[in-house]
Design a protein around this ligand. Structure first.
Ligand SMILES: [Zn+2]
Length: 441
């Protein structure tokens, strides 16, 4: 069967969602039309259990109920036969960059020759690719010009297909920090960006940058607490925020109901951020036992992005792929993330799935499952990290993350058993988001 794309009917705000749910409920009372999905295996992801031969009943954009056995559809119902498939919640990637894709040396030129409209149109394609890979929800952790706020609106009003986007808009850094957009530029073109552009120094600017993002329509805050691999700067791991700046970001974000995601490779920057009360550490390369303990104490999530580590390590072997300042960082930091993940998992740190796609190619997100399992994670836990734990990190467990009555109908399926062969997660055969089917192979 060819790919089926139906119009999308999500809404941008919860009150609007409530109205649409109410409308769907009234509609269903008059017609009782439902979609029945026969699932050979069901991973509901609220536990480690797998249930056999189940029927998931979808009405409007909601999961109405889940029944044992294959229930026969009544006259007005639609049947989706996935009796040879494993059905699970829509997948959630907690670290993407939908506006770009790193494709080689030329990528560093893009910021000088592309405008926000170019990045926005690129994002439209990457959003579709991501949804068709089974990812019905993503966090976008840094764009250039708030393009992903516009992207989210277009997806939510049904203009274009894509995942539910929770965006940090433009990341926040300090001067010369990982997300300072002017790093490595000659004086003749360089500017001195401030809180509006996501560069802060001191407590007042930290507060302003968070409030600016709230005003711009961001769903959460992303900061770069240490150096990073791909920025044109010397250190990939030095601490780049002072304690008072971190505290100002976290306290201000809390006032607006925004969570805080933190890019960090080096230990000291991570330690300061965790103590300040951030919600997730991204990459986390140089974590050790002390950091694991701190994360467990503060309930901080780890989003490993093993794929990004592997990708930069591999590309660092190619002459001329990265600028001279970047190459040694990529070679040193990249290969370490997988072992850090293995140790964090063993230590019992909470893990949410994330790929940093945009560094690697969009649509390849499922490879992260394979790398997580290679590093020692149980397949069911890898799947739960990309469903239940994604929703928990987003504070969206009331609507997303598991297959349960009353949740939004975001569902994916693979042929065969992903718990026996995790590479199945790289080949998603069925995607439903908000009750609409976007992919049916
Ligand atoms: Zn990233």
């Amino acid at each position: 069967m060819p790919i089926t794309i139906l119009p999308n009917v999500t809404h941008d705000t919860k009150p609007a969602l409530f109205v649409s749910v109410l409308a769907a409920a009234l509609f269903s009372m008059s017609t009782h039309a439902a979609t029945l999905i026969h699932a050979g295996s069901l991973i509901a992801a609220d536990s480690d259990k797998v249930q056999k031969n189940m029927t998931v009943v979808v009405e409007g954009n909601m999961i109405k109920e889940i029944k044992s056995g294959f229930i026969a559809p009544s006259e007005n119902d639609t049947l989706i036969d996935l009796s040879d498939y494993t059905l699970m919640p829509g997948l959630m990637d907690m670290h993407t960059h939908l506006t770009f894709e790193h494709s080689g040396p030329g990528t560093y030129l893009e910021r000088f020759v592309l405008n926000e409209a170019d990045f926005t149109i690129q994002a439209v394609g990457y959003a579709k690719t991501t949804l068709e890979a089974g990812f019905t929800t993503v966090r976008n952790l840094g764009d250039g010009y708030n393009e992903t706020v516009a992207l989210r609106k277009a997806i939510n009003r049904g203009a274009i297909p894509g995942p539910r986007v929770f965006t940090a808009a433009k990341s926040i850094a300090t001067t010369g920090g990982h997300a300072d957009p002017t790093n490595g530029q000659a004086k003749i073109i360089s500017t001195d960006p401030g809180p509006k552009q996501g560069v802060i120094n001191g407590v007042a600017e930290a507060r302003k940058a968070v409030r600016q993002r709230y005003k711009d329509g961001a769903d959460l805050i992303k900061i770069t607490a240490t150096g990073g691999v791909l920025s044109v700067a010397k250190s990939g791991q030095n601490p780049q925020f002072m304690e008072d700046e971190l505290q100002a970001v976290v306290d201000t974000a809390k006032d607006y109901g925004l969570t805080v995601a933190v890019h960090a490779h080096g230990k000291e920057g991570m330690r300061r951020a965790i103590v300040a009360g951030v919600d997730s550490i991204e990459h986390g390369t140089y974590m050790d036992k002390e950091i694991f303990r701190l994360m467990k104490k503060h309930g901080t999530y780890y989003v490993p992005t093993i794929m990004a580590g592997n990708w930069v390590a591999e590309k660092s072997k190619i002459d001329g792929f990265f600028p001279a300042l970047v190459r040694p960082k990529a070679a040193e930091i990249g290969p370490k993330i997988k072992q850090t993940f293995a140790a964090a998992y063993k230590a019992g740190v909470k893990i949410a799935f994330g790929t940093d796609s945009g560094v690697s190619a969009h649509g390849d997100n499922g490879l992260e499952f394979v790398l997580m399992v290679e590093a020692g994670m149980k397949p069911i836990e890898a799947i739960r990290s990309a469903t239940y734990h994604g929703a928990a990190l987003l504070n969206e467990l009331d609507r997303l993350g598991t297959v349960e009555a009353g949740k939004l109908a975001d569902l994916v399926a693979v042929k065969g058993d992903p718990l026996a062969d995790i590479t199945e997660m790289q080949d998603i055969d069925f995607v439903m988001k908000d009750g609409n089917v976007y992919l049916q192979k």
